[in-house]
Ligand binder design. Structure first.
Ligand code: NA7
Length: 536
């Protein structure tokens, strides 16, 4: 099989890229491991899975038709609704026949002479393609810790990132949830409503803010549709890829009373509005501490047992430096008599046994254990493919000290390999669909320019890669983000190189940089002309 371009992964990035490239008339194939589109929303089917970006923002804006035809039921969408949306988009754009489901790319080798990538799939197929586009997602490869004795456990073990397709009934069961990131915090209150008992095992307390979800009225939908042009412009002009929400003021601009009101109003608005109470919360430790202290107060207000409340209060890292969670009734759940918290600070998980978990010397009996333990984020899915570039260089070796890229899209030594939503890009630190449209539009234009100008290969210069990678780290070090042991720092995976993996300069600056690179004839890239056919 031979294509002009192969895309790997049928989430937002892959579907948008497929649409853009199919429209150019190139032959394109999308390869997807799952049985349907959706990406992270296909795999993460755990109860309570919900997007933490508002539905009106978390969608494509490139098609007026799709915007007019799809109606979001809620302010924050449930996972299955987003999966259905992507399925709708795929069919509406006539893309489904261009997707091979149930297939994984295992190896990718670049042939310098022909400028082709040779791919091998887990089905034994060989594919040749000029352009290889990885839309494999930042949160794809799950992290499943190996606790001693895990194999002896007789009950059911579930992972939030690989939830079974059939409904799971927790009625009458004693359930454990390990992990208090977004997945654990969303799943636990839903499980608690069914289960006989729920025990949450917490290693690091999270900051969680109320999502304030609600149905969207017809009037709100009509209003959003009428403002399509305005919203489209706003999201691309905002650092976060959103319609707004940011307060341009710094904390010091307001009096203590004004700050308290600002925090309270934004807490009530719900979602990430609170995190954007002041422009300097993520760069100024004092502003951050004041916002954090407001959240601590809220936790103490919500959780009736003071000892439990103190355990739930985070203190070891600044607010927002681990992605904050948005919840519906997470803290309140601990007021229920059948819900308890085991804090690893005084009772770390020692092992599993046949009946459950031993923590802090105490045995806990469970029918089900839910692992909400996260992902090998940003690089995990890319590293699952054995990628060999020019001169036999392995991507794993090139990234041995951490991911390096030019614009988060291209890697030196790996011509015509493109990464979407990956390390070195703003990725999911900004609104993902806005970011994905930015990169997909840029890359579709780049490939069209290559076609039009007889360019067979494009490759990031080592110098441009060095500079961009240094810039990504420099911007991160200006912020408070590196102060947390987060997945974005690679800190949740033992032995993974440490460094903040997303570009924190904002979507607007990133768009400007990508545009400038294209307008200057793809500066920072080496372009190789296709060889003229030999004369007869
Ligand atoms: P996260 O945010 O990485 O959360 C994983 C949680 O699991 C976190 O509380 C971890 O504690 C905990 N964890 C991981 N390994 C262990 C072990 N071995 N023992 C105990 N606890 C453990 O993943 P999510 O799936 O919740 O969310 C990922 C992103 O999806 C999220 O940021 C949003 O962007 C959407 P730790 O904090 O490492 O101490």
């Amino acid at each position: 099989m031979r294509y002009d371009a192969v895309i790997v992964g049928a989430g937002f990035a892959g579907i948008h890229m497929l649409h853009r490239l199919a429209a150019t008339g190139l032959s394109v194939r999308l390869i997807e491991a799952g049985s349907d589109v959706g990406g992270v929303w296909y795999w993460n089917r755990y109860p309570g899975a919900r997007c933490d970006v508002e539905s009106i923002d978390y969608q494509f804006y490139f098609s007026d038709e799709i915007l007019a035809e799809w109606r979001w039921p809620e302010r924050y969408s449930e996972g299955p609704v987003i999966q259905r949306y992507l399925s709708f988009v795929t069919d509406r754009l006539g893309l489904r026949d261009m997707i091979s489901f149930g297939t994984r790319i295992e190896t990718a080798d670049y042939d310098e002479r022909s400028h082709q990538w040779r791919l091998a799939t887990d089905r034994g197929d060989s594919i040749e393609t000029r352009h290889l586009i990885l839309a494999t997602g930042p949160l794809t490869v799950s992290l499943k810790p190996e606790f001693p004795g895990m194999a002896d456990y007789k009950g059911r073990i579930l992972h939030t990132a690989h939830w079974p397709r059939e409904p799971i009934d927790f009625a009458g069961r004693n359930v454990a949830v390990i992990g208090t990131g977004s997945s654990g915090i969303q799943a636990a209150p839903v499980i608690a409503r069914q289960a006989k008992s729920l025990t949450v095992f917490q290693r690091t307390p999270a900051y969680s803010m109320p999502v304030a979800n609600r149905p969207l009225s017809d009037a709100e939908i009509a209003d959003a549709r009428a403002k399509t042009e305005e919203y489209r412009a706003l999201r691309f002009a905002s650092p976060g890829g959103l319609r707004g929400m940011g307060n341009p003021k710094k904390l010091a601009d307001d009096s203590p009373a004004e700050r308290e009101k600002q925090f309270a109003d934004r807490w009530t608005m719900g979602g990430f509005a609170f995190l954007m109470s002041y422009a300097d919360i993520m760069i100024n430790a004092e502003a951050n501490e004041q916002a954090a202290s407001f959240v601590h107060g809220k936790i103490r207000e919500k959780v009736k047992d003071p000892a439990t409340a103190e355990k739930l209060i985070p203190g070891s890292y600044p607010l927002g430096t681990k992605r904050p969670c948005l919840d519906t009734g997470y803290y309140e759940m601990f007021n229920e008599p059948h819900v308890s918290l085991v804090d690893a600070r005084d009772a770390p998980i020692e092992r599993f046994d046949a009946n459950g978990i031993v923590a802090g010397g105490k045995s806990h009996v469970f029918d089900d254990i839910v692992l909400a333990t996260g992902f090998d984020a940003m690089t995990g899915a890319i590293m699952k493919i054995a990628i060999t570039g020019r001169n036999g260089e392995k991507l794993g070796d090139h990234w041995a000290d951490g991911p390096r890229s030019y614009l988060g899209i291209a890697v030196s030594g790996f011509p015509n390999l493109f990464i979407l939503d990956g390390p070195g890009s703003p990725s999911i630190i900004v609104n993902a669909p806005a970011m994905i449209e930015t990169q997909g539009d840029w890359l579709a234009q780049c490939i069209q320019d290559m076609e039009a100008n007889g360019i067979a290969a494009i490759e990031a210069d080592r110098g441009a890669e060095d500079e961009w990678t240094a810039h990504v780290h420099e911007v991160a070090n200006y912020t408070l983000y590196p102060r947390a042991d987060s997945w974005a720092m690679g800190a949740n995976i033992p032995g993974k190189p440490r460094g903040f993996m997303m570009y924190l300069g904002g979507l607007t600056a990133y768009r400007d940089k990508c545009r400038e690179v294209a307008e200057t004839g793809y500066s920072g890239f080496a372009l190789t002309r296709a060889q003229a056919p030999a004369e007869a």
